[in-house]
Design a protein around this ligand. Structure first.
Ligand SMILES: Cc1cc2nc3c(=O)[nH]c(=O)nc-3n(C[C@H](O)[C@H](O)[C@H](O)COP(=O)(O)O)c2cc1C
Length: 358
């Protein structure tokens, strides 16, 4: 079995190691436009040695933003600022990736540092809007009441994902992740806790997975064949009667048949009632189960912070790739430090930093 610092090839793309930066919202855009902050934030982590850097949840349409400060790719003007970042990541030896998202009923909330005591929702005066959802129930108290998507609305969202994927390819991204986790729109169709629809998009497993599968098919038709298409799933809702691991395994098989190359295995987000046993590597068993039972490549994420822990996940065949989020915020050079700790040649330092080697 390979280790953390062995390359990983998926389709025509080879990562120099198996450490990726997990997508992380920065809530720092105006009108969906990424800027210098994103270049420095993502660029530092590419220079820090990660094999893959995935840009934050990027809204495929304006009403699909979590907050008014989210990134977007719903119009052509948003391509070039992302292209500048993708070029920089590439030049540092990291594969540039992006996560495309639609927040659905969890949209139109305040950035964490702007949250008001009256609740997460932002009103029209602060740039908020009415979200759309699988139904018309709010996600939780304090969230805005969504408008339930009808069939034309579902088609519109699917086309927005497709158009944004084409823009992501134009921007030079070489790794695409569709966000179908954390209670956002696609997950809210999957989960029986959130989806109470009576039409062909609700009820049975086939109906609840229809929107995700149709979206993936639309995206695959425009995303270059040679480039990896990946999906982030919440592998369980952590609630009895909710979306669970067995359904995730079954969906992973269907996604694979639609041309998805890897599933990024997260969890939770659909219900405030969830009781989540968070701890080191607590979601790794999901990556292992999907990898073994659905025969698809997986990424493990969630409280992976130690070099030996990450290396063991890869060597034991639990996942093909590890994604780090908060630990990468603490230390953008985590991959170099991990390679040193493991006594691996790992990733070379940028030549500008060569005097720090040894
Ligand atoms: C600041 C921050 C922003 C995040 N934004 C996103 C996001 O845009 N998309 C997503 O799928 N997950 C997002 N997450 C979740 C992370 O990608 C990751 O799955 C989670 O933090 C667990 O990994 P960790 O224990 O290494 O932090 C975010 C997490 C943090 C801390």
């Amino acid at each position: 079995m390979p280790g953390l610092f062995d390359p990983f090839t998926l389709k025509s793309v080879t990562l120099r190691n198996r450490v990726g930066v997990s997508p992380m919202c920065q809530y720092s855009c105006q009108d969906g436009m990424v800027d210098d902050w994103h270049l420095v934030h993502l660029g530092a982590r590419a220079a820090g040695g990660a094999g893959l850097v995935i840009a934050e949840a990027t809204a495929v349409e304006a009403r699909g933003r979590i907050s008014p400060d989210d990134a977007g790719l719903w119009k052509d003007a948003q391509v070039e600022p992302f292209a500048r970042i993708a070029r920089f990541l590439d030049r540092q030896g990291a594969v540039p990736g992006i996560q495309l998202a639609h927040a659905g009923w969890k949209a139109s909330t305040a950035a964490p540092w702007k949250a008001s005591p009256s609740g997460p929702a932002v009103g029209p005066a602060e740039g908020g809007w009415q979200p759309v959802g699988a139904g018309d129930e709010p996600f939780a108290p304090g969230h805005a009441r969504p408008q339930a998507l009808d069939k034309a609305g579902i088609a519109q969202v699917r086309e927005a994902f497709q158009a944004a994927a084409a823009r992501a390819a134009r921007a030079g991204f070489r790794w695409l992740e569709i966000h179908a986790a954390h209670g956002y729109l696609l997950h809210s169709f999957l989960s029986p806790l959130c989806n109470r629809r009576q039409d062909e998009y609700g009820g049975t497993f086939a109906n609840r997975t229809r929107m995700a599968l149709e979206t993936v098919r639309a995206v695959r038709s425009v995303w270059p064949d040679g480039l990896p298409l990946t999906v982030r799933l919440s592998c369980t809702d952590w609630v009895e009667g909710g979306w669970d691991l067995d359904q995730s395994v079954e969906l992973a098989g269907l996604l694979k048949a639609e041309g998805v190359d890897l599933v990024d295995c997260s969890s939770g987000g659909a219900s405030a009632r969830a009781s989540i046993p968070a701890g080191p590597g607590y979601q790794v068993p999901f990556a292992e189960a999907l990898r073994r039972r659905a025969g698809i490549a997986t990424a493990a994420v969630g409280m992976i912070t130690q070099a030996a822990q990450a290396d063991r996940i890869i060597r034991d065949g639990q996942a093909d790739l590890v994604l780090l989020a908060r630990e990468m915020l603490r230390d953008p050079h985590w991959p170099f430090r991990a390679a040193r700790e493991l006594g691996q040649a790992g990733t070379p330092l940028p030549r500008q930093y060569a005097r720090a080697a040894g």
